[in-house]
Design a protein around this ligand. Sequence first.
Ligand code: DGL
Length: 260
Amino acid sequence: MSKNPIGIFDSGVGGTSIWKEINNLLPNENTIYLADSKNAPYGQKGEEKIIDLSIKNTELLLKKGCKIIVVACNTATTNAIEVLRDRYSIPFIGIEPAIKPAALQTQTKAIGVLATKGTLTSDLFHMTTDLYSNGIKIIERVGEGIVPLVENGRIDSEEMKGLLHTYIRPMLEANIDYLVLGCTHYPYLIPQLVNLLPKHIKIIDSGEAVAKQTKTILERNELLNTLTVHSKHQFFTNANNMNVIESLLGMDYNVSFLDF
Ligand code: DGL
């Protein structure tokens, strides 16, 4: 058992969607969240840069005493998690687009995947799609421009609606019945997407699965916090967007600026 915090990082504000799932499932756990918003979006950067940034975030969370690290970013997971696991001895939990459940359940044999360029071009993503694409059409779209709008708190803007419309159209033409959200910024767009998509199309993301996996790995390593009554949550960002994160959290938490 350990009272040390769970460390969570993302390229920016999107990983708070994962933080919420973790906090729901593991309310006893203390957490530290890092939003590397100064360097967002990661999705347009090369693998080497994404690895460097992931190492920087990890080092800070380790300095703060985290017992496990959740890479709450598909782009960082698909490009850097193997390096992180090789380099550090604590457990890492990653997030990847939920291709498997969509591929197993699709009736129309067509699924859509919306993710960043960094995720869609990664080896890990190609390995997963190769495994599950047998007899299934996977329509991939880079959600270019979405992450910066979410980072700026412009979720409900007309610009966002226009981008989503553009990216979804070829998927509708291909008759998808599952849309996989492959970026942790995207769950905040679900209300918009529900308005744009026909009712039979199911939207799936990996947030809940990541929280369950975090619990499993904490249990397996005897690190689960069974003692804390009032858990402590710290949120840090290295850009001037504290208010965006506070409003996404939708609860009474303070977000602090930290130059990392
Ligand atoms: N939340 C990150 C992800 O899951 C966004 C990537 C980006 O910064 O482009 O991929």
